[in-house]
Design a protein around this ligand. Structure first.
Ligand SMILES: *[C@@H]1O[C@H](CO)[C@@H](O)[C@H](O)[C@H]1NC(C)=O
Length: 135
């Protein structure tokens, strides 16, 4: 029994989805740009726990900067479903499943900032690791 649990743990690490290297670099760069501007800077420890800190205004400002920089939201803060689906398809190869996740995650909230936080949380919770590498 213990052996099975152990093997399961190894397999889930082996199969944890990762972004293609160029996409990972692109999102790291967007993050760096947002961090280099004092008006969109946020304490990185808060990004590591978005579920807890996502409501804080400055976290939302940073996430909206990231979202715009990645093309997920446009300058007026509206979601681009096509871009979201393209990010999902980077790691979810099944079209039906990708459509389902896109539909679930492309959900506008009360403000563009809240929308940005919600989309990122949703993608990350659905095995799409669309996030920068944090130190
Ligand atoms: C943002 O996207 C919405 C919906 O697609 C569109 O109506 C709006 O004109 C776009 N705004 C900008 C600034 O591109």
């Amino acid at each position: 029994m213990k052996t099975i649990v152990f093997l399961g743990a190894i397999l889930s690490v082996a199969f944890a989805a990762t972004l293609p290297a160029n996409e990972q670099q692109a999102i790291n760069k967007v993050h760096k740009n947002c961090q280099s501007n004092p008006s969109t800077y946020v304490d990185e420890s808060k990004l590591k726990d978005l579920a807890t800190y996502g409501q804080e205004p400055q976290v939302g400002v940073h996430m909206l900067c990231m979202s715009k920089g990645s093309g997920i939201q446009n300058q007026s803060g509206q979601l681009d479903k096509g871009v979201i689906k393209s990010k999902v398809l980077l790691v979810i190869k099944d079209q039906g499943k990708a459509n389902e996740i896109t539909k679930k995650c492309a959900d506008s909230k009360g403000t563009p900032e809240e929308t940005a936080v919600a989309v990122y949380l949703c993608l990350n919770q659905n095995n799409v690791p669309f996030r920068p590498e944090l130190a």
